[in-house]
Design a protein around this ligand. Structure first.
Ligand SMILES: CC(C)(COP(=O)(O)OP(=O)(O)OC[C@H]1O[C@@H](n2cnc3c(N)ncnc32)[C@H](O)[C@@H]1OP(=O)(O)O)[C@@H](O)C(=O)NCCC(=O)NCCS
Length: 430
């Protein structure tokens, strides 16, 4: 009888093993990386913390984490952006990923990183690790074979095209303004702009043009769109405008940018794959047959690694005092009954959060302490994560039977406190 193999050893992946890490990732993701891909991913992995699982000195598991600053209501928090989650097919379903995740949680605690986030390729995997779908995206398509009919008059100011090299400086402030309004967005440095936002070639479709950038207003810019195009085919199918990002200050600038995108010659369709779930475009469209939401899907999955730090760092829309009984099988410090008390609403002179001034009427300075009082709400840590940025409503989870409300009205009160003026949003995949 043969003996079962020893459990792989979990340890840091040194830079010297980056080649092995990429071999493993290309194996499990069924990709073949060319020289350029390998160089780009090496640069990315070098910036990451890297946890490996080694069996007889062979790398059979990899979990990399980017060091992100993620916007949360009223500020930002350090966040481990998990990526390259890979286990060799010879070692799957033996607890390798679970062991690497446990190591990740220890690392987050040691470095004071209360959040972890990822983009899931399979939704079934991450709930068990305490991740909840914390932002959702809508894909919006415009039939641009006819002029775009809008209920808001486009801003008549000139638009201009920008070189990608100028983007971080000129678009950065507008992105930051949006990041302070919408939770879930990572801070971008120059490298992030160049490699994640504006790579010359689209990662999924090499027939698309390089990124084009159109800007409204001078300095500071009032709005911009990043898009790529593909010409029509020989069978008469019209060309397409793929919109990657559109940020704007006001409704007229928003209208001007969409009108521009819908009027590019030799194209007949505009497709924006990832817009916020509360994007205003469907509301300003005069013809809802011309502008359609074709898909909605979970985007960023969030893990509250340190629930207390996460809850006390964000601002709240209402004062509440509620006892939460949180189930967290992986991180004992989060597990148990805690009283959440959010502070009084701000009025008059405003306190300043890390991303700028608090709007009038938010509560900062909350407390979250262990208690023996009876629970008002009983919930899994993954469900708290789904609500944390302001996306999912707790009442829906109570209605669905996955969260238990022990005190009538508790879910409604926590929903009111969690509320944010804009839904959380990000399309920065990592
Ligand atoms: C997904 C992957 C990392 C899981 O690694 P693993 O080492 O097999 O995971 P574990 O053995 O630690 O599994 C832990 C639990 O998750 C479950 N699980 C793992 N992968 C799953 C999947 N794809 N779907 C559903 N459940 C899954 C396991 O069944 C196990 O459950 P159990 O504890 O109740 O038995 C690995 O299969 C892989 O590399 N897949 C290809 C790449 C990939 O999909 N990466 C994720 C990209 S976001």
């Amino acid at each position: 009888m043969s003996t079962p193999p020893a459990a792989p050893h979990i340890r840091e992946v040194p830079e010297a093993h980056l080649g092995r890490a990429l071999d493993l990732a290309s194996l499990v993701f069924h990709e073949s990386y060319d020289k350029e891909d390998r160089e780009r991913y090496r640069r990315l992995l070098r910036r990451c913390e890297r946890i490996g699982a080694y069996a007889d000195d062979r790398l059979v598991g990899l979990l990399a984490a980017q060091r992100l600053q993620l916007s949360v209501p009223g500020g930002q928090l350090p966040c481990a952006g998990l990526t390259f989650v890979s286990v060799a097919p010879t070692h799957r379903r033996r607890g390798v990923l679970s062991a690497m995740m446990a190591q990740q949680w220890r690392g987050c605690a040691a470095q004071g990183r209360p959040l972890a986030a990822l983009w899931a390729s399979e939704s079934a995997i991450y709930g068990r690790y305490g991740f909840g779908a914390a932002t959702h995206l809508s894909t919006i398509e415009i039939d641009s074979t006819r002029p775009l009919a809008l209920r808001v008059a486009p801003d008549p100011g000139p638009l201009r095209l920008l070189d990608a090299a100028e983007a971080p400086e000129l678009l950065g402030p507008r992105y930051e303004a949006s990041r302070s309004r919408r939770a879930g967005r990572p801070a971008r440095d120059r490298l992030w702009w160049r490699e994640q936002v504006l790579p010359e070639e689209d990662e999924d479709d090499d027939e698309l043009s390089p990124p084009r950038i159109v800007v409204a207003g001078q300095d500071p810019c009032a709005g911009y769109a990043i898009y790529r195009t593909r010409g029509g085919d020989d069978n008469g199918a019209p060309g397409i405008v793929e919109v990657q990002e559109l940020e704007s200050d006001t409704a007229p600038v928003t209208a001007a940018l969409w009108s521009y995108l819908a009027s590019i010659d030799l194209t007949g369709r505009v497709r924006a794959w990832g817009r916020p779930a509360d994007d205003p475009l469907p509301l300003i469209a005069a013809d809802r047959d011309q502008v359609r939401v074709t898909r909605q899907f979970p985007a960023l999955w969030l893990r509250l690694v340190d629930v207390r730090a996460a809850l006390t760092a964000r601002t709240w829309a209402e004062p509440v005092s509620l006892v939460l009984e949180v189930r967290d099988e992986a991180i004992p410090a989060n597990h148990g009954r805690f009283r959440l008390i959010t502070g009084p609403l701000t009025t008059g002179p405003l306190s300043t959060g890390p991303l700028g001034s608090d709007p009038d009427g938010v509560s900062r300075g909350s407390r979250y302490e262990p208690t023996t009082d009876p629970a008002d709400l009983v919930l899994d840590v993954r469900d708290l994560a789904a609500c944390y940025l302001g996306d999912t409503r707790l009442r829906r989870l109570v209605h669905a039977g996955v969260v238990t409300e022990r005190t009538a009205g508790a879910a409604r009160r926590l929903d009111a406190a969690l509320h944010t003026a804009f839904l959380p949003f990000t399309h920065d995949e990592f």
